[in-house]
Design a protein around this ligand. Structure first.
Ligand SMILES: [Fe+2]
Ligand SMILES: [Fe+2]
Length: 254
């Protein structure tokens, strides 16, 4: 089994790359399953029901989200019904949607980090129960840990070693060079990167991001367009859910 993880799809440029290239990339890599983080597809912040449907139609089997989950209207009702689009599990217990889904025998879990982000529940308090719930049904389990701090992401990967197939980090938009299979058989990568315009500051027009940082004044952000790449990771695992390899994916588009 080969699982392709597509890192945070950013703006129109990222979505176009997915729409035009994901199918052929899946075929080239021999991926049987595709998980895609879609939290930045709506102009860099959030997702809409229509955009989620477009990404699913483009070849994603499951879409995960992150801290921008509620930025756009209509996502509550959409997540309530969707079996293929999930949000971080450790948000408010009263929020619509879910943080675990199982599609074609692959469980996908989405959790939000607690360092420099605002989860309602510490991810380490939530993760054991949700992994147990997934393991009752399947051995193939991929966790999208949407978090800022490398320390927290490495700790989560170690904590879950032997219990899930892979722990893939998202949110920073900068791909890390630490893809590895841990001793217990869980593949890990601190951050999968970004599918979108890399001639930017993590997706945003560089001038705008720099102006906000230099002046401390509010500056409206717009997505950049240049230097588009599809980034992510390819995980291979056996039927018992143990990872046998993980490699990063970085493909220029077009
Ligand atoms: Fe993101
Ligand atoms: Fe994020």
């Amino acid at each position: 089994m080969k699982i392709l993880f597509v890192a945070d799809v950013f703006g129109t440029a990222g979505r176009r790359a997915v729409e035009e290239r994901l199918r052929s990339l899946r075929a080239e890599l021999g991926a049987n399953f595709c998980i895609l983080n879609g939290e930045n597809v709506a102009d860099g912040a959030g997702i809409t029901p229509k955009l989620a449907d477009k990404l699913l139609a483009a070849g994603a089997d499951v879409i995960t989200l992150g801290n921008h989950v509620w930025r756009r209207d209509g996502m509550g009702a959409y997540l309530e019904k969707s079996e293929r689009v999930i949000r971080p599990a450790n948000l408010s217990r009263h929020a619509p949607g879910r943080g675990l889904t199982i599609v074609d025998g692959v469980a996908v879990i989405n959790v939000l980090g607690s360092l420099f982000l605002a989860p309602h529940i510490n991810p380490f308090e939530e993760i054991d129960a949700i992994v147990a719930e997934a393991r009752a049904k399947t051995q193939m389990i991929v966790v999208d840990f949407h978090a800022e701090a490398t320390s927290e992401k490495v700790a989560m990967a170690r904590w879950l070693d032997g219990r899930v197939t892979a722990v893939i980090g998202t949110h920073t938009h900068v791909q890390t060079n630490d893809a590895r299979v841990q001793p217990g058989g869980t593949a890990a990568l601190t951050d999968a990167g970004m599918t979108g315009p890399h001639d930017s500051v993590i997706g945003v027009e560089a001038d705008l991001a720099i102006r906000r940082m230099r002046t401390g004044m509010p500056v409206r952000f717009y997505p950049a367009e240049g230097g588009v790449r599809i980034e992510g990771a390819l995980v291979e695992c056996s039927e018992d859910g143990r990872a046998t390899s993980i490699e990063t994916v970085r493909v220029p588009f077009p």
